[in-house]
Design a protein around this ligand. Structure first.
Ligand code: A3P
Length: 334
């Protein structure tokens, strides 16, 4: 064996040892966390103040321990069912628009979740040291997470990387999550009633919950550091997508030029990323996301106020009280 081969063998054995000892450490750690079953049938661990899906707990910790953010990184950080798919499509198409011609947007061939990969469900899932250099199709890197602000890796908070977050009315978010989890339920026989799921939702027990802590975490951070964190609302984007796209481009440091605006670049991105357009693309009608979820499950109705078709008056009253209680004195409103 020559010197180079010896060094390589040494490195491989060291990284193997590191993985084995990290596995042991993780097994010990996990025993200390409270555990519950979610209404979707999967286990959740209470970790750092949020309910972490058991499937991703290990990758969340790897992400927190090892990820080194670059100042140029752009991170989409959202609560589930608040418009992540839409925000990924909008940010990808805006940030990278000079990398492709308007007919060749990779969004037409790949799902938004393939183009903007997620740390905990994808990159770190079975690999504590994923290849992050090639995790994004173009530079700067565009990646995503569902972690609450408080639990982000320190380097994301301390570097100059940018974060974009989106929130949604909790009643619509809950109904969206309800439909999503019903489709994904592992044990189809053990269906949970809407009432029971709603009760768990109000108690904050679902993946990455409580919702209000998540939303307020990013909202407060965006108030303190608006150049680093852009906080958006699903309903506001629905009401006026063009002005939000301009705001997004400005935040990303790639404002639309006068010429682009004259040529309708803003409207074109809005159209390409619209629900009706994305839902009908072949790529989103078939195939699976890396987590095994069918692409089509990310597109349902995309309506504001759909909750009124499902929630009873007493559920609405309970949620309104909860909203009032959770947001009291925060300055934030839905
Ligand atoms: P509904 O279940 O209310 O229809 P996420 O992407 O965070 O998982 O959120 C999914 C929700 O966003 C679903 O809401 C889905 O239909 C909606 N959605 C997906 N793509 C969208 C788009 N391009 N524009 C607006 N809403 C979209």
């Amino acid at each position: 064996m020559d010197t180079a081969e010896m060094c390589k063998a040494n490195l491989v054995s060291k990284s193997h040892d590191a993985e084995v000892s990290w596995d042991d450490e993780f097994q010990q750690l996990v025993k200390t966390f409270p555990k519950v079953k979610s209404w979707a049938g999967n286990n959740l661990y209470f970790y750092q103040g949020f309910w972490c899906p058991a499937l991703v707990l290990k990758s969340v910790i790897s992400f927190q321990k090892h990820f080194q953010a670059l100042d140029s990184d752009v991170i989409i950080a959202t609560f589930t069912k608040c418009g992540t798919t839409w925000l990924k499509a909008l940010t990808f198409s805006t940030l990278y628009r000079n990398n492709f011609t308007k007919d060749e947007n990779p969004l037409f061939s790949f799902g938004p979740h393939e183009l903007v990969r997620i740390f905990e469900y994808d990159l770190y899932l079975n690999n504590p040291f994923p290849d992050l250099e090639n995790a994004s199709l173009y530079q700067p890197r565009l990646l995503s997470t569902h972690l609450p602000y408080a639990s982000l890796p320190t380097s994301i908070k301390d570097s100059n990387c940018r974060i974009i977050s989106i929130c949604r009315n909790p009643m619509d978010m809950f109904i969206s999550l309800w439909h999503f989890t019903e489709k994904l339920r592992e044990d189809k026989l053990e269906s949970v009633s809407l009432d029971e799921a709603f009760d768990k939702f109000c108690n904050g027990i679902y993946g990455f919950g409580p919702f209000f802590d998540h939303v307020l975490g990013y909202w407060k951070a965006s108030q303190e550091n608006p150049n680093k964190i852009l906080f958006l609302k699903y309903e506001a984007l629905k009401a006026d997508i063009n002005s939000h796209l301009k705001k997004l481009a400005m935040f990303l440091g790639v404002p639309f030029t006068e010429d682009e605006e004259k040529q309708g670049a803003v409207e074109e991105i809005a159209r390409n990323c619209s629900f009706d357009n994305l839902k009908e693309l072949e790529v989103n009608k078939k195939g699976l996301h890396s987590s095994g979820i069918p692409h089509t499950d990310f597109f349902r109705k995309a309506k504001v106020g759909d909750w009124s078709n499902y929630l009873t008056p007493s559920m609405v009253e309970r949620m309104e009280k909860l909203i009032q209680e959770k947001l009291d004195n925060s300055g934030f409103t839905f």
